[in-house]
Design a protein around this ligand. Structure first.
Ligand code: GLN
Ligand code: ZN
Length: 762
């Protein structure tokens, strides 16, 4: 019985690659240093999997930045602005595409399906001259082989690659990207043939787009592509891997009928319906790669249950054709539990990170082959039992309160226009009020203070004094800039979700549980292991401190329940919506305490609300239903005069329904990439009655010029023609925590100046 891993985190257990990359980018170390460290990381990962007993070990899942960008390099599809002149693509061109350089900005980055990983979007068109320009896949195969590990080279499949790309600048928006298949397949053939010559006997194509809603034209592209590749497959076992959701029945049919393909991989953690499809029909003589170990979460596998599933599958596909696998690449989970020295022992026993999941896969494969490691299985069963019965997981009162939510709608009693009127009487804001999204630049000094307080090197008094000093600075700055609704700047927060998680019960934190977000950037999601409640107020103290420093209204800052949920590792022993409702109740307590303390404007960020949208359209309404309900629960109890703001990142036209559903008083949008989409929504007369803050100015590319801002103004004028001027706000796109003060001040100054110019034009 064989075992397989779809892919493995590439950054090392302590983010070694991150630091090597950043040092190389800063010119502090050489390309050689970077290559050496990377080779060491790859080698230790391969050896680790080989030692664990894994049969099908992936290669080419390492990346200096991103596997989709690697594919762009493989195909030589470098946008002309990077000035590449052919030949093997080196670090210069590669990192320019990834991060931009002094003269050209980076390529666009977007979310990899519904994960928090971001990939570099290929820019394609009829004029792209494809060529085989990166031999990374073959080199890494050979490298592993030289170390004595025969691997399965992994490639992003040709159809998914095209479906994930976008028309290059200047190319028609509806250019048929799939028409490029004929041009990229010859290069795939070259790679396959080189891999074969190097000795590969398996090859894996990742085609996760197969789990999306694809029309028959797109499905046909899979049939066409793999028929074309079939001749080069002779002598090879070819695996097509899908993941992240159930595969639709039509796509399953297309996939399992592909010529020359000998193995199919499915996500059986998220895809329970796929199991039925397999039970209904599976092609004779083909391999099934059964992804039963969750690559998206950190919980120990229920080995007994997985073994049951696998045994049932064995009866369908045959003993020698079943391969135990992970549900997707382990890239999306934390790396190694061994490094968690501070985690509570009991909680730790419930967890499995990537390194532990490799062992689980192997244990399952061995058990199927009749060599069950009884001790390992019973330790697993004991851990699961302790989790199930632990008093730290269950909080009766919370369960009861969450259950009581069922069946009611939770909306504020008054409609939004009446509420805005009541709020205006109290707040007396000018037309086109200005505000910011919450965080202000976090200086090194500030980070030091937080660290020292955490390490108990400075006293509580010293800490409070330092943070209050920072708040005062930020408040005075906003007053000087003539901003209308102020913030305290979030200096006490390291991360907008972690800050709340640390104060809620039911959350645990890791020291090294990092997951790659993009390039060298990582997130360390909290682990929600138990019923969530809020023992004490979390933000009232700091908001009141800020309010006491100014006569202007200070807006309190909270993370919304859906965002907290989507940015955490969520418990898998109850439905996500139940956990979300519990968080909503905790945030509701906070909202009400803020109101009681006299705060009149409260922002509940739902920056990551869209991140949880299911991939398939049919499943989205249900998600939105409970997600928006959760948001409304947080503020359904406040007075009309309390203004509820929310903020969303990367919004687009399709989000307008979400905005209606939130029923907030003011919604500020991150709008740096999606102008056209938002404009088209408003131009079509979408008006949810709430105040609308259109992000402008301060964005990741630096300080905007006055021209850029005045363009923005023209565009806002176009929108005002559709909307009442008095619903518009002016704000930076997003929080500015990672920016520096030297840059921020002129940008914010310009923002306010632009608002005044805009006012004159009304
Ligand atoms: N209030 C948060 C901040 O300003 C919002 C962050 C976000 O939009 N992602 O940092
Ligand atoms: Zn944002």
């Amino acid at each position: 019985m064989a075992s397989h891993i779809v892919g493995y985190p590439r950054m090392g257990p302590k983010r070694e690659l991150k630091f090597a990359l950043e040092s190389f980018w800063d010119g502090k170390s050489s390309a050689k240093d970077l290559q050496k460290l990377s080779a060491d990381l790859r080698s230790s990962i391969w050896k680790q999997m080989a030692d664990a007993g894994i049969k099908h070990i992936p290669s080419n899942t390492f990346s200096y930045y991103d596997q989709v960008l690697d594919t762009t390099a493989l195909l030589g599809a470098v946008p002309p602005r990077y000035g590449w002149n052919g030949g093997e693509i080196g670090f210069d061109t590669y990192f320019s595409m990834a991060r931009g350089n002094a003269s050209v900005p980076a390529m666009e980055m977007t979310k990899w399906f519904d994960t928090n990983y971001h990939f570099i979007v290929p820019e394609l068109g009829p004029d792209v001259k494809f060529s085989y320009a990166s031999h990374k896949a073959v080199d890494e195969y050979k490298e592993a082989k030289a170390l004595g590990v025969d691997t399965v080279p992994v490639l992003v499949g040709p159809v998914s690659y095209l479906l994930l790309s976008k028309p290059a600048k200047g190319v028609e928006k509806n250019f048929p990207l799939l028409s490029l298949l004929g041009k990229i397949l010859p290069i795939y053939k070259e790679v396959i043939s080189e891999l074969k010559s190097a000795g590969a006997s398996w090859i894996q194509f990742d085609e996760p787009t197969l789990v999306m809603d694809l029309d028959s034209h797109k499905l046909k592209a899979f049939t066409d592509a793999y028929s074309e590749l079939e001749s080069s497959f002779s002598g090879l076992n070819v695996l097509i891997d899908t993941y992240f959701a159930d595969i639709p029945a039509e796509a399953y049919k297309t996939l399992t009928s592909l010529k020359g393909v000998t193995a199919f991989g499915f996500d059986l953690v998220r895809g329970s319906k796929t199991l039925d499809l397999i039970k209904g029909e599976f092609p004779k003589g083909k391999y099934l790669f059964a992804g039963v170990v969750d690559g998206r979460n950190i919980w120990a596998n229920d080995l007994a249950a997985s073994l049951g599933t696998l045994k049932a599958l064995e009866g369908i596909v045959g003993k020698d054709k079943l391969v135990v696998s992970t549900s997707c690449s382990l890239l999306h989970t934390a790396v190694d539990l061994v490094n968690e020295t501070k985690l509570d022992k009991e909680i730790k026993s419930w967890l499995a990170f990537a390194a532990q999941k490799v062992v689980e896969v192997n244990a399952l494969a061995k058990a199927l082959a009749g060599h069950k490691d009884e001790a390992f299985f019973s330790a697993n069963a004991a851990a699961l039992a302790s989790r199930e019965s632990s008093s730290r997981v269950t909080n009766e009162a919370v369960q009861k309160a969450a259950a009581a939510l069922k069946g009611s709608d939770h909306r504020r009693a008054t409609n939004v226009s009446a509420r805005l009127d009541a709020q205006q009487k109290k707040l007396n804001l000018p037309i086109l009020p200005t505000t910011t999204i919450g965080s202000f630049p976090q200086t090194l000094e500030l980070r030091r203070v937080r660290c020292e307080y955490k390490a108990k090197k400075i006293s509580e008094d010293e800490y409070v004094k330092a943070i209050k000093g920072e708040i005062n600075k930020v408040v005075k700055l906003q007053e000087e800039l003539d901003i209308d609704v102020l913030v305290h700047g979030e200096p006490e927060r390291n991360d907008m979700v972690e800050y709340f998680g640390e104060q809620l019960s039911g959350f645990a934190f890791t020291v090294n549980g990092w997951v790659q977000s993009y390039g060298s950037r990582f997130v360390k999601p909290p682990i929600i292991y138990g019923d969530v409640s809020r023992p004490n107020p979390m933000t009232v103290f700091w908001s009141l401190a800020a309010q006491s420093m100014t006569a202007f209204p200070v807006k309190a800052m909270l993370a919304g329940p859906v965002t907290i949920l989507n940015r955490s590792f969520v418990r898998n022993d109850q439905p996500r919506h139940e956990t979300c409702h519990q968080i909503a109740l905790a945030i509701k307590d906070e909202v009400e305490d803020l109101e009681k303390a006299g705060i009149s404007v409260i922002q509940i960020d739902e920056a990551a609300l869209r991140e949880g949208l299911p991939l398939r359209k049919s499943e989205q309404p249900l998600y939105l239903d409970w997600a928006l309900h959760s948001f409304r629960i947080t503020n359904c109890g406040v007075k009309d005069t309390t203004q509820i703001n929310t903020h969303m990142c990367y919004s687009n036209y399709n989000d307008m329904n979400i905005c209606f559903g939130m029923d907030a008083d003011v919604i500020t949008f991150e709008n740096s990439r999606s102008d056209e989409n938002l404009v088209s929504a408003f131009c079509e007369g979408v008006n949810f009655g709430a105040g609308i803050g259109l992000g402008a100015g301060v964005c990741s590319h630096g300080t905007p010029s006055m021209e850029e801002l005045s363009d923005k103004i023209e565009y806002m004028l176009a929108i005002t023609a559709m909307l009442d001027a008095d619903v518009l706000w002016f704000n930076p796109h997003c929080g500015v925590k990672t920016r520096k003060y030297t840059k921020e001040n002129p940008a914010l100054k310009k923002l306010v100046a632009a608002a005044k110019i805009f006012l004159k034009k009304l």
